[in-house]
Write a protein that binds this ligand. Structure first.
Ligand SMILES: [Zn+2]
Length: 447
């Protein structure tokens, strides 16, 4: 039985928020209004939130208290992001080494929502967010889902690694009533998996197709060869660079424009294209994004730089001047859609590579990282290079938790994903060299 979309939108979604006492839909309504405000009003509102966040961080986080004092910055006088120019960037290493001190004393750690990410950089990281911050982040994601052409209440289709399995009755109910979703698992994209996905597609009729850009492309290319087309209301590509030729194939197969979106686990959604596709609108309601040159000075419009995010809504773990590890180009253009949210011209970070498994199918690098680096303690960084079909070079940076079994478990996990016949050459290294762009590549396929 397929529940009518209108019932999900008008009844189940609001009821579920009420049941969970969530601010998600209330925030979405606010965001849908605020996006049309003039840029200067949006900036002013966000500057106000910035001061509040700085004051909160200094008052309740030992780490920021010290950092602001060392930089000689009085949080209560912060009026815009430029006032924080003297504050060191928050790096992933800072987070790994000072996590407990960064967390706000206002919250019990057990009440915060944890996330462990391999991110786009291959560096494992544990972060936290307070519950309301999570609900607001979800609202921001919904706003950008709507920009793609998707309408609230329509089912979803995800091309994604590790589809979550509903275990509890509550989650099963939620899945049935409102989060109606089908998956194509990026851990194993082959003909059989695609056929199964297509059968489910016909039954559920998803309104939104989303996934890692390159995974969407692999699906689209396979469908194109078979002469099959999909007709979702919107397509969202995320988590990776969207290459132009890949975009064209996805659009041809789906009959609609691809909406490129950029975000990471650590902060609220960073940017997303609107229906005009003239760059990505930055989520100024929740984040202030800086684009910095290597010397730390501010990039001008059109100039590629390091992306640094200050999040305005996570009071459990303040993220102030967080260096994401990606690069992008700011824009001074106003979008013709009329939204006051500023634009980012493009994302210039590197696309993740896919590795080829023993069976000949492709496995997304990001999924391999999700199933190895982020699952085992003892490894702070990982890079896997495929020079021959059955030989992988594994460069790993061990950390203090590295033990006798770490490597055995890691290789077993890699064999599970890529085939039992895989051979490995393991190198313990002190650091993984970065690309010229400043970005790490966690998988490199040279076949
Ligand atoms: Zn726009």
């Amino acid at each position: 039985m397929r529940i009518p979309d209108v019932l999900v939108r008008e009844l189940f979604e609001p009821l579920w928020d009420k049941y969970e006492n969530s601010v998600r839909l209330a925030t979405l309504r606010k965001l849908e209004k605020s996006q049309w405000l003039p840029a200067k009003d949006l900036q002013a509102a966000s500057n106000k939130k910035l001061r509040l966040m700085c004051e909160h961080a200094v008052a309740t986080s030992t780490f920021y208290n010290r950092r602001f004092a060392q930089a000689g910055i009085n949080a209560s006088t912060v009026s815009c992001i430029a006032d924080l120019a003297g504050l060191p960037l928050l790096t992933k290493t800072d987070i790994r080494e000072n996590l407990e001190e960064i967390l706000s004393s206002t919250y019990e750690k057990k009440d915060l929502v944890p996330a462990k990410t391999g991110g786009s950089t291959g560096v494992s990281l544990r972060v936290f967010c307070d519950q309301q911050g999570i609900e607001k982040r979800n609202a921001a994601a919904l706003r950008s889902d709507i920009w793609s052409g998707w309408r609230m209440g329509q089912p979803l289709a995800a091309v994604w690694g590790n589809p979550p399995k509903a275990v509890t009755l509550k989650n099963k109910l939620r899945l049935f009533l409102k989060d109606r979703i089908i998956y194509l698992d990026t851990m194993k994209i082959d003909e059989e998996a695609i056929d199964k996905f297509l059968i489910e597609w016909k039954t559920l009729k998803p309104g939104l197709l989303f996934g890692h850009a390159h995974s969407l492309f692999i699906l689209a290319e396979s469908l194109k060869e078979s002469g099959i087309s999909l007709r979702p209301s919107g397509v969202i590509a995320t988590s990776m660079m969207l290459l132009d030729h890949e975009r064209a194939v996805i659009e041809e197969v789906c009959g609609t424009k691809v909406t490129n979106r950029y975000g990471c686990e650590e902060v609220s959604l960073i940017g997303c294209e609107c229906e005009k596709h003239r760059g990505m609108h930055l989520n100024l309601d929740h984040n202030i994004v800086e684009f910095l040159r290597d010397d730390g000075t501010k990039c001008t419009a059109g100039e590629d730089g390091r992306i640094v995010v200050t999040e305005l809504i996570n009071f459990g773990m303040p993220m102030i001047r967080y260096e994401v590890g990606d690069r992008g180009v700011p824009s001074c253009q106003q979008c013709e859609c009329g939204r006051g949210l500023p634009l980012m011209e493009s994302l210039t970070g590197r696309t993740a590579d896919f590795l080829v498994a023993e069976g000949g199918f492709k496995v997304a690098g990001i999924s391999i990282i999700e199933n190895s680096l982020t699952r085992f303690s003892g490894i702070s960084q990982l890079q896997i290079v495929q020079n021959k079909p059955l030989l992988l070079t594994v460069n790993l940076v061990p950390d203090v938790d590295f033990g006798q079994n770490t490597e055995i478990e890691l290789l077993a996990a890699l064999r599970d994903m890529l085939g039992q016949g895989m051979q490995f050459e393991v190198n313990h290294v002190t650091a993984i060299a970065q690309e010229k762009s400043g970005k790490y590549r966690f998988t490199i396929c040279r076949l």
